[in-house]
Design a protein around this ligand. Structure first.
Ligand SMILES: *Cc1c(COP(=O)(O)O)cnc(C)c1O
Length: 424
C-alpha cells in the first residue's frame, strides 16, 4: 500500500502549468462589458473568488497545487495513459495511439479537475455558495461533487430541456447535495421574463448563465464558477498534459500529434499546453489538432473578435473565435460542445497557426465512437468521440504514408450517461 501511494504521487504534478509565461505575444485582454475599456481585475471580485482572479491574471509559469486539492486529485489521478493497441489493429495503422482517460474521475469527465480547485478557492474565502449553469449536467455534477468535498454549497441553473429529458446528471447533482433548478425560472429577473411567457420554456445556456450571474451579483456570500473558456480553468486542466508528459517519457516517447475535442477549449488545452510549451521553447514540431462539431464551428467558422461569454451580454468581452453571442446551436447530442465562443488562449494559438482546427459531422463522430467501443471497450462521451474521429483520420493517413508516429489524444469522458444520444 505504502509503495503504491508513493508511485501515485510521483506522477501527480505538484504545480499547474501556465502557458502565458511562454508566449512571446499575449492574447488581447478582456474588456469591461459596460465601458469597453481593459478590465480591472478588481471588477471581477463581485463575481469570482479572489484566489481565482489571481490565477486568471497570473503570468507565473508554474503555480502550486494546494495540498488539499492534491489529496482530492490523488483519489482518481494520475489518470491512466492507455495504449490503444486494439484500435491500432482494427485500423491496420503503423501509428501508435495513446489516450489519456479522464473518464475515471468520480463524475466521469475532466471537469472535476477545475471544479475541485474552484471549490477549494471558494472555501478559503468563506464563500457560502457557488452558483453556476449547466446544460447536459457534466459541469454541474462536477461542481456539486467538489462543493460537497470542500463544504461549499452549490446551486445550479440547469437548462430546462436537459432538466426534463436527461435526469441522470440532475440526480447525481442532488446526490452530492447540489440545489438544481430549471432555467428559465421565476427566481431571477433574467429568468422570470421567459418563465412568465412560457413556464415550459426549453431554456438555453445563455439564459442560464444570465440567471447564475444575476444571483451572484445580488448575494455577496455567493460566487460564480465557470467550467471552461477562462485562462484559470485551462491552467487547472494542465494536470492532464503534465501527467501524460511523464507517462510517455517513462516509455521513452514523445507525441508527434496531440488531439482533443473543443467546446470551450479546456480539455484540449489541458492535454496540449504542456506539450505546446516544448514547441514554443524547444521548437519541437508537434502537431496539435482541435476537433469541433460542424454544427457549432467556432474555430473553423467563427470570427476572431471581442464578444460576450453569455447571450445576455453581462460577462466581460473576451477576444476569441466566436459565432456571435446570439448564435443558438442546433441540438446536437454532444451538449458539451455547444458553445458559441472559444477559450481566448486556444483562439490565440489557432490564429498563430500553432493549433489546427477541424470540424466533423455527427454521423462520422458516432461511427468513430462505435469503432472505439468495439476495439478498446470504452464508450466515449459524445464530445470525446469527436477527438476519436480525428485520431482515426490521422491513423489512416499514417497507414497511407506508411509512417510510424505517436498520436496522443484526450478521452475527456465516458458516455455511460449519454446512452439516449447513442440510441438516437
Ligand atoms: C464539457 C465537456 C467537453 C467540452 O468542454 P471543453 O472545455 O472544450 O473541454 C468535452 N468533453 C467532455 C466529456 C465534457 O464534459
Amino acid at each position: 500500500m505504502e509503495r503504491f501511494s508513493e508511485r501515485k504521487n510521483e506522477l501527480l504534478p505538484t504545480h499547474f502549468y501556465n502557458i502565458k509565461a511562454d508566449l512571446a505575444e499575449q492574447p488581447k485582454p478582456p474588456l469591461h462589458p459596460g465601458t469597453g475599456e481593459p478590465l480591472d481585475p478588481a471588477a471581477l471580485e463581485a463575481i469570482f473568488p479572489k484566489g481565482f482572479i489571481a490565477q486568471e491574471t497570473s503570468r507565473e509559469r508554474f503555480l502550486p497545487i494546494p495540498a488539499a486539492v492534491l489529496a482530492a486529485y490523488a483519489q482518481y489521478r494520475p489518470t491512466p495513459l492507455v495504449y490503444a493497441g486494439e484500435l491500432r489493429k482494427a485500423l491496420g495503422t503503423p501509428a501508435h495511439i495513446f489516450y489519456k482517460y479522464e473518464g475515471v474521475s468520480p463524475m466521469g469527465s475532466h471537469k472535476l479537475n477545475t471544479a475541485l480547485m474552484q471549490a477549494y478557492l471558494a472555501s478559503q474565502e468563506g464563500v457560502r455558495e457557488l452558483v453556476t449553469e449547466t446544460g447536459a449536467g457534466q459541469w454541474g455534477s462536477a461542481l456539486a461533487y467538489a462543493g460537497e468535498r470542500f463544504g461549499v454549497g452549490v446551486r445550479v441553473f440547469m437548462v430546462r430541456a436537459s432538466f426534463r429529458q436527461k435526469p441522470g446528471r440532475r440526480i447525481l447533482m442532488t446526490l452530492s447535495g447540489g440545489r438544481v433548478e430549471e432555467s428559465p425560472g421565476p427566481n431571477t429577473e433574467a429568468g422570470l421574463a421567459y418563465y412568465r411567457r412560457d413556464p415550459d420554456h426549453p431554456g438555453s445556456l445563455g439564459i442560464a448563465i444570465a440567471e447564475a450571474v444575476e444571483t451572484v451579483m445580488k448575494n455577496p456570500a455567493s460566487k460564480y464558477a465557470l467550467g471552461s473558456v477562462l485562462d484559470a480553468v485551462l491552467l487547472h486542466q494542465s494536470v492532464i498534459g503534465l501527467e501524460a508528459e511523464k507517462q510517455l517519457a517513462g516509455q521513452g516517447l514523445e507525441p508527434d500529434t496531440v488531439i482533443g475535442c473543443v467546446g470551450g477549449g479546456s480539455n484540449f488545452a489541458g492535454l496540449g499546453f504542456p506539450f505546446l510549451r516544448r514547441r514554443l521553447r524547444e521548437k519541437k514540431m508537434t502537431n496539435f489538432i482541435a476537433v469541433e462539431p460542424e454544427a457549432c464551428p467556432s474555430l473553423t467558422g467563427g470570427d476572431l473578435r471581442y464578444d460576450h461569454g453569455d447571450s445576455a451580454g453581462l460577462t466581460p468581452l473576451l477576444y476569441m473565435h466566436t459565432l456571435g453571442k446570439e448564435f443558438i446551436p442546433p441540438p446536437i447530442h454532444a451538449g458539451g460542445l455547444r458553445y458559441h465562443g472559444m477559450a481566448p488562449l486556444v483562439s490565440h494559438l489557432a490564429s498563430r497557426g500553432l493549433v489546427r482546427a477541424v470540424a466533423y459531422g455527427q454521423d462520422k463522430v458516432f461511427a468513430a465512437a462505435r469503432t472505439f467501443f468495439a476495439s478498446e471497450g470504452i464508450l466515449p462521451a459524445p464530445e470525446s468521440a469527436h477527438a476519436v474521429a480525428a485520431v482515426i483520420d490521422e491513423a489512416r493517413r499514417a497507414r497511407e504514408e506508411n509512417r510510424e508516429q505517436v498520436i496522443l489524444f484526450n478521452l475527456s469522458g465516458h458516455g455511460f450517461l449519454d446512452l439516449a444520444a447513442y440510441e438516437k
